[in-house]
Write a protein that binds this ligand. Sequence first.
Ligand code: GTR
Length: 423
Amino acid sequence: MKKIINYAITLLFMTHFSSAQFEPNYDETKVPVFPIPDLMTTFSGETVSNGEEWNTKRRPELFNFFEENVYGKVPGTLDNVSFKTVEQNEDALNGKAYRKQIEVTLQKGSRSLNYNILLYLPKNKDKAPLFLGYNFFGNHTITRDPKVLVSQAWTKNNEELGITGNQATETSRGVRTNRWAIDKILDKGFGLAVIYYGEVDPDKNDFSDGLHALFYKEGQKQPKADEWGSIAAWAFGLSRALDFLEKDNQVDASKVIAFGHSRLGKAALWAGVMDQRFAGVISNNSGCGGAALSKRKFGETVGRINASFPHWFCDNFEKYNENEEALPIDQHQLLALIAPRPLYVASAEEDQWADPRGEFLSAHYTFPVYGLFGKEGITSKRMPKVNQPIQNTVAYHIRTGVHDVTDYDWEQYLIWAQKFIEN
Ligand code: GTR
């Protein structure tokens, strides 16, 4: 199975690139030897030895580097953010949950953008902790609940899911229930809030629409080299949803976990870094530009991701295409910017494209920063066996199977969230 998937990915890339340099590496013995950029020494060579120095010296300079050279800066501030509850019900999901659908409106000058939050809350809690994350094909795909609104926004076609003409319809209702363990989440006393990511910024290499266009100066057609790509725009969308959750008195907004899978895991990580109101972050199979170390060049690489998805990162990140050696940082330093808040990194055994070992090592290398705050990271460099999670404030698991979100993943997230977020 692994071979077939890797072969399929290789074929996909051969149609995009003819050069042999783009052949992905899946051989651990061919991983380059490189120095792991030090977390505890500033760019000017000063050693960081306590939480305060981390917060005032090292964290800001690392954050600035990622902002200007990887994900891109938010180019301004909004004039207004407003929320409208467009639908709600006290007896959703067979009486198990409260359901709310909220339209968020972002305004900048004469322009505005709307997107919808679908919120389920458990009935057995006055104020629920919750998971907030994006879905790939629309809020109506995560549940069979007939009352969930079908997005009118541009959607990627997907024959298997019944999406054609870039428009979601009733046909795709409930097609992604497998990725969202709603019953389990509610049963454990957590809420779930989801957003269709295409409403915030359509996932295509076109900067004419979505959040980017809202901020353009006259005549501007695309963000500047150090300004945001789509990942940062999606992250920003999560923060504005958190603005709403802070106003909802049925939500414990001090316990909102940013969750995301794959590209949306990259967005969840960046949201957790940009916005320290998030109580914790879960990165599910986020891979290159997410949790995985870039300098290992295992599976997807910086050059490859920028070629396939030129709109995800800021243009400055292209300096590191086939040039990861020149990066003064690596992704463990992104993860460390979440400290001291709980962080869960998860991989899948057959998801070699996302480099499970690189994801694990990246989580591991954050431990000195968590240690500065008296929190337990992952001190052992030995990767755990499949389906044997390590759950400290920093948690990691690699499960059997492919690139996906499964019930197994959610079961682990819930055990960990009960321990490190709820209490
Ligand atoms: C892949 C991409 C990965 C990951 C994935 C996904 O094509 O190369 O970085 O983001 O898509 O989002 O499913």
